[in-house]
Design a protein around this ligand. Structure first.
Ligand code: GDP
Length: 348
């Protein structure tokens, strides 16, 4: 059993720096699992920290917890929300989440912050986000910075989704910043993908890769208020037209384009109506289950890759040799492919 000091030290440096919480006493996997399934949020938080840990022993404990909760996972609708910084994601999620709680839902919001591992900067920033939602008893908000990228851009979000489901959250919102790879990865772990956009913000696709728009299940032209209403309506028909030119979704779903304003509380319940309609359609057709099954196989492959990488790079001899090989590659005395093969030979 790993000791608390280690976990605490680790928390203060590489793991989830946006979430400073003393882990307290470590319990057994069964105690955590029982607590989580009874809705104990402190246990849920700690289990997430363990899953996100860079230390094998903590992660193993995290996985044991997940295994013990596995039967109570899956009972939620998983919604991905993406859009460029400033499009209004956190304001929208605050209103949307609050609305859902009013509808009797339990909402977990997982924000993937693709913090640059180079600059250690954070796109989502340190600003307090979703203050009203955060204090609700039926809401759980958890940032997942991806700096140091455990398991790629989406980190351990997939496992975190499952833990939240085990804790009784029936609506999981995964927020990503639509400027990198994270939204593509998130698409493989959600049932429904919502893209927020702005009207008249210059470049037609606002830095969002064309592929993302193609995979959206709902496009919302946000900030449709004040003088922006007309622009938003125009953008809505433009985007609706653009979408009609894309190939049909494998689910048979036709992606609607709506307008919304979080500050005017407009378009929020309409978004939920679309999601409900989608759910009914794909559940009836069998697509929902099939999609989740395909995602499971994808997750398996991703998990293998991620675990291999973590184990490989955590070996001290590999780390040491890597620094030396980098220099040799830079000086031109060795080519990268050869260096990689030397390094892999070293690993256990
Ligand atoms: P994020 O970076 O995508 O999470 O965007 P935020 O939710 O932080 O919003 C960015 C800015 O847009 C903030 O100043 C918000 O107050 C503003 N904003 C958010 N939603 C709306 C809206 O519906 N209408 C208008 N006019 N401003 C909004």
């Amino acid at each position: 059993m790993p000791d608390n000091n280690h976990l605490h030290n680790e928390l203060s440096d590489s793991v989830n720096p946006a979430y400073h919480q003393k882990p307290g006493k470590l319990n057994s996997a069964k105690e955590y699992a029982d607590g989580i399934q009874k809705g104990n949020r402190a246990f849920l938080s700690r289990a997430i920290t363990l899953i996100e840990s860079t230390k094998n022993e903590y992660r193993e404990l995290g996985y044991s917890i997940l295994e013990k909760c596995y039967d109570s996972t899956g009972n939620s609708i998983r919604i991905g929300i993406t859009g460029v910084p400033g499009v209004g994601k956190s304001t929208f999620i605050e209103k949307f989440g609050t609305y859902l709680i009013g509808q009797g839902k339990k909402v977990a919001v997982l924000t993937i912050d693709p913090s640059s591992s180079v600059t250690k900067g954070s796109i989502l920033g340190d600003k307090t986000r979703m203050e009203t939602l955060a204090v609700q008893e039926n809401a759980f908000i958890r940032p997942t910075p991806t700096a140091g990228a455990l398991g790629g851009v989406a980190g351990k979000t997939r496992e975190v989704i499952l833990l939240c489901e085990a804790a009784g959250f029936d609506t999981i919102i995964v927020e990503t910043v639509g400027v990198g790879q994270s939204e593509i990865s998130v698409k493989t772990m959600v049932d429904f993908f919502l893209l927020l956009m702005l009207a008249g913000a210059g470049d037609e696709l606002q830095g969002i890769k064309r592929g993302i728009m193609e995979t959206a299940d709902l496009v919302i032209i946000n900030k449709a208020d004040g003088q922006n209403i007309e622009n938003a309506n125009r953008a809505r028909s433009d985007y609706q037209h653009a979408l009609s030119l894309f190939p049909p979704h494998p689910s048979g779903w036709k992606t609607p384009v709506q307008t919304a304003s979080s500050i005017k509380n407009y378009g929020i319940n309409e978004a939920w109506e679309v999601i409900k309609e989608y759910y009914e359609q794909v559940n009836g057709s069998g697509y929902f289950i099939n999609n989740r099954r395909e995602q499971l196989v994808y997750w398996l492959h991703e998990a293998i890759e991620s675990e291999l990488k973590t184990r490989f790079f955590s070996q001290p001899n590999v780390r040491k040799k890597l620094a030396q090989l980098e220099n040799e590659v830079l000086s031109g005395s060795m080519n990268p492919a050869r260096a990689a093969s030397e390094l892999i030979k070293l690993s256990r």
